[in-house]
Design a binder for this molecule. Sequence first.
Ligand code: HEM
Ligand SMILES: [Ca+2]
Ligand SMILES: [Mn+2]
Length: 351
Amino acid sequence: AQVVNGALTRRVTCPDGVNTATDAACCALFAVRDDIQQNLFDGGECGEDVHESLRLTFHDAIGISPLIAASTGQFGGGGADGSIAIFEDIETNFHANLGVDEIIDEQRPFIARHNISVADFIQFAGAIGVSNCPGAPQLDVFVGRLDATQPAPDKTVPEPFDTVDSILARFSDAGGFTPEEVVALLVSHTIAAADHVDPSIPGTPFDSTPEEFDTQFFIETQLRGTLFPGTGGNQGEVESPLRGEMRLQSDSELARDSRTACEWQSFVNNQAKLQSAFKAAFRKMTVLGHDESELVDCSELVPTPPPPSSSAHLPAGLTHNDIEQACAFTPFPTLPTDAGPVTTVAPVPPS
Ligand code: HEM
Ligand SMILES: [Ca+2]
Ligand SMILES: [Mn+2]
């Protein structure tokens, strides 16, 4: 037994004889964690495999729809149940899942050599991966999900060309997410790049710091769009403010819609809120289709992420005048402009 925060907590010694845990169900995760950190995330980086593992947590979990079930009489999906990998042949053919086959195939051998359900592994890998990103919150981890026996239906994953109405309705249907929680989930796009929106420029990030879990995404999506980083005319893409940076139409609209704009702006230069809001929304997302009280909390396995290494700024070459103010109630925060030549964003290298 050990005293944690003044409370007496009983810990079990794991079969490996080395680790201890608050619940024996967490013991198997130590080896999984060490294996993926070393061999999936290249020794603890916040690179493409982490970004894709985070995207995968979403595409699995959001596969649940009481509305589809009611209107079709068919199974509406089981949420975070591993279906995206178990029924890879079906779900990766859904248009919104373009590209997720890559990380599913990379994760598959790790699942095979450990004692963990597919559903738990997908959410665990996302949480561990994010802990490599400077500025990230320490995400929660739960285990005990049963694996899917049926695929999720198509149309549960939002597309970048969907309207704000349809995006908010989809998240509400999937798990009762509020517009504020939808904005919080989109914090994820601070460590993100697109391979398939404009296939001529794979690895094009959504902000200038795709390896940092910072607030730049919320700053840069509020700047006036002036260019396409590659070709124009791609479905779901609108003009971005920086060479090498991509803006999704959905992110652009959420940043400017009266229902979400003030919440979007509230993350600018607010690292503490960014962390706490994402942590809470992610937790809710990762247990979709389950009753959290029936799962085991293994959050103690998640490493403490490094602190953010840069502070909120306008990219070099841009000023406050380039902000498209969308929140009607609070002015956009005043930020310093980075020194130096106009920012060009480098692609995220493929892993
Ligand atoms: C309105 C909701 C959302 C839309 C329309 C959307 C759309 C997209 C699109 C189109 C991409 C680029 C995929 C590619 O071309 O490679 C992407 C990437 C990504 N998304 Fe989302 N997304 C949404 C919400 C989320 C949520 C809730 C999460 C996680 C909690 C998430 C995590 C990511 C990550 C981490 C990437 C980067 C993947 C990489 O760098 O390889 N997204 N998203
Ligand atoms: Ca970032
Ligand atoms: Mn990618």
